[in-house]
Design a protein around this ligand. Sequence first.
Ligand code: NAD
Ligand code: UDP
Ligand code: UDP
Length: 343
Amino acid sequence: LEKRLRDIEFRIPKKYPEVEFLTYKDRKRILVTGGAGFVGSHLVDRLMMEGHEVIVVDNFFTGRRRNVEHWVGHENFELIHHDIVNPLYIEVDQIYHLASPASPPHYMYNPVKTIKTNTVGTINVFGLAKRVGARVLIASTSEVYGDPEVHPQTESYWGHVNPIGPRACYDESKRISETLAYSYGKQENVQVRVARIFNTYGPRMHINDGRVVSNFILQALTGQDITIYGSGKQTRSFQYVSDLVDGLIKLQNSNYSLPVNLGNPDEHTIEEFASIIHEMVGGKSMIINKDAMEDDPQRRKPDITRATNMLGWQPLVPLQKGIKKTVTFFRRELMRSRHSERN
Ligand code: NAD
Ligand code: UDP
Ligand code: UDP
């Protein structure tokens, strides 16, 4: 399984790969909302290859059919074009609720829609879970800590979020998602899992995603200026997507219901990060500074003691290795888009 997962992680195959055989007793019907997106599609690969039945619900705002195309037609797979802001009536055993724009340019594009997705959309997911008795894992975020005054961030920290700033539509609605999880847990006995995901990167990030990893790699590959927003002294800690998927599955299947940070504690300034990518990709790009983003969190690094103790989880993929795979992916994406422009 490990090897086959490695094979398909960025080389999106035309025909679906082989899956494990699970007996009826072990096979689950699993809903992945946002399953055509970056993280969702890698999660779908893992769940499909383990032999489960997977239903993807996605409105294709940032997700693409191409990310899950290799499963379309498989008897264990279903792809539903649906906006989670509208009610959804299906029967499932487990839910991974990932539907939400994730990168700052995407969630700021239509802030009201972002809020609806993470509030009304999340209510629909919990309404569904309550009706069918399914367990729900929600994809929360390190953004619930805002511009943190505690470093590294532990799950017991309540955060420092500006409720009326440009990031608020995302941060506050993700905070409401968490509140909904524990309210449905307490009031309706829905089983809930809350993953606080820190910056994650890897193949299948959208070419216009706008987050730092894809921007820097694309800029380096195309010889454009590498754009640091602000001084570049702000920090982030980057996790490779396969580590996240591993953590999400471990958390969903654990007995632990409080929030759990999932991230890689390997912290870098954005300035360092620009140099690392510049060096790895090569080319003639210059590294330049642009205006800072409003309310940009200045330091971010997960404390993963809880994930390690409760789930036996820790990230395994070092930055250099993960970036190399991501660069390979974007090289192919660029070739593909040049090829389709020519034809
Ligand atoms: P992504 O944009 O690639 O995926 C999000 C998916 O949700 C897309 O397929 C999109 O089309 C879908 N979607 C958005 N609104 C929807 C709606 N109203 N109805 C149905 N589908 C909808 O982003 P991603 O990086 O894969 O993020 C997945 C989840 O993880 C998100 O909830 C995000 O907030 C969370 N997260 C991601 C990161 C990260 O660094 N990647 C960090 C923290 C949290
Ligand atoms: N809902 C859904 N699918 C279901 C069950 C409920 O989409 O299978 C939606 C329903 O439209 C409702 C929301 O989930 O608006 C919350 O459901 P809940 O049962 O908590 O609230 P109520 O229906 O009592 O308002
Ligand atoms: N950033 C940058 N140049 C870019 C994109 C982002 O310097 O082209 C910075 C951004 O200001 C932030 C960090 O990189 O400090 C991470 O940004 P990203 O949008 O990837 O994620 P988030 O801010 O949500 O952690």
